[in-house]
Design a protein around this ligand. Structure first.
Ligand code: SF4
Length: 72
């Protein structure tokens, strides 16, 4: 699992921090999202999906691990 955030889309609502405080924080300067860890425990996946869904800016992306391509 790989999490990314786009600060250009963040509107500092704080939903992500409320939903998954182990993974997200907000800058004390401008309130923009800070990513604490980009490869968190897979057990957090449901919370991260919720955070991505609740984010009003659509700034959070949660991707499954890339599967290595197997050569034929
Ligand atoms: S929920 Fe989205 S818009 Fe709100 S602080 Fe987090 S990343 Fe930014």
């Amino acid at each position: 699992m790989h999490v990314t955030v786009d600060q250009d889309r963040c509107c500092s609502s704080g939903q992500c921090v409320l939903t998954a405080p182990d993974v997200f924080d907000q800058s004390e300067e401008d309130g923009l999202v800070l990513l604490l860890q980009d490869r968190p425990d897979p057990a957090l996946l449901p919370k991260l999906r919720t955070a991505a869904a609740l984010c009003p800016g659509g700034a959070i992306t949660v991707a499954a691990e890339q599967v290595e391509e197997v050569e034929a």
